[in-house]
Design a protein around this ligand. Structure first.
Ligand SMILES: [Fe+2]
Ligand SMILES: [Fe+2]
Length: 193
C-alpha cells in the first residue's frame, strides 16, 4: 500500500533524516563534555535517536516511501555542523538548543500518529506514541541541565522555549495513554520540519 497523504510522506522522510542529524549533533555534544555522567546521558539520547531512525525507516519501508536524498544530504550537514559547534559555543547553548529542538520533535510524532489514524491505520500508534514521549523525556532532561542558568531567561524570551514555554503540550507527570493521545498537539500541527 502506498501512502496518499503527501504531508505524512514528507514528515516521515524528514524525521528519518533529522534523527541522524540529532545523533551526529549528540556525538559532538558528548565529545565536548567532561563529566562522565553527562557524557553517558547524551550517549543514551544519541542511541535513542538511532533507534528512532530505524523505526521510522521500518514504517517508510512498509509503504514504499523512499528516503529523500536531498533531506539526507541537508541533515547530514546540519548534524555535523551542530556537532562541531558544540566545541565552540560553551556549555549552555548546546543544551538549550538541543532542548528547543527536542521540544519541537515531540508533536511531529503525535501529529504523524494522528495522520495515520485519519487514514484508518492504527498499527503504528504505539511506536509513534513511544517516540513522541521519548522526545519529551529528552526535552525535559535538557531543560533540567540548564534550569538555573543565568542565560536562560534571556534565551527563553528570544527563542520561545524554556521553563515557561514549550513547543508541545505533553506533561510527563500526567501522561495520556496512547488511546487519548489525539488530544495532544492540537495547536501544534506544524507538520514538516
Ligand atoms: Fe528522536
Ligand atoms: Fe530526541
Amino acid at each position: 500500500m502506498k501512502l496518499k497523504n503527501p504531508r505524512l510522506v514528507r514528515s516521515l522522510q524528514t524525521a528519518y533524516s533529522a534523527e541522524r542529524a540529532a545523533s551526529f549533533a549528540y556525538i559532538g555534544h558528548a565529545a565536548s563534555l567532561r563529566n562522565p555522567e553527562d557524557v553517558e546521558a547524551i550517549r543514551r539520547i544519541e542511541q535513542d535517536e538511532w533507534d528512532h531512525r530505524r523505526e521510522v525507516r521500518a514504517i517508510m519501508d512498509a509503504y514504499q516511501v523512499p528516503v529523500s536524498r536531498w533531506l539526507e544530504w541537508k541533515y547530514w550537514w546540519i548534524g555535523r555542523l551542530i556537532g562541531l559547534s558544540c566545541h565552540l559555543i560553551g556549555k549552555f547553548m548546546p543544551y538549550f538548543f538541543a532542548g528547543k529542538l527536542e521540544s519541537g520533535n515531540v508533536c511531529e510524532y503525535f501529529v504523524m500518529m494522528k495522520e495515520f489514524r485519519e487514514l484508518g491505520i492504527n498499527r503504528h500508534d504505539e511506536a509513534l506514541y513511544e517516540m513522541g514521549v521519548r522526545e519529551k523525556e529528552h526535552e525535559v532532561y535538557f531543560l533540567g541541565m540548564i534550569k538555573g542558568a543565568s542565560w536562560l531567561p534571556l534565551f527563553e524570551k528570544v527563542f520561545s522555549w524554556g521553563v515557561e514555554q514549550s513547543a508541545n503540550d505533553v506533561d510527563l507527570d500526567d501522561l495520556l495513554g496512547v488511546d487519548r493521545a489525539d488530544a495532544y498537539c492540537r495547536k501544534f500541527r506544524s507538520g514538516v520540519r
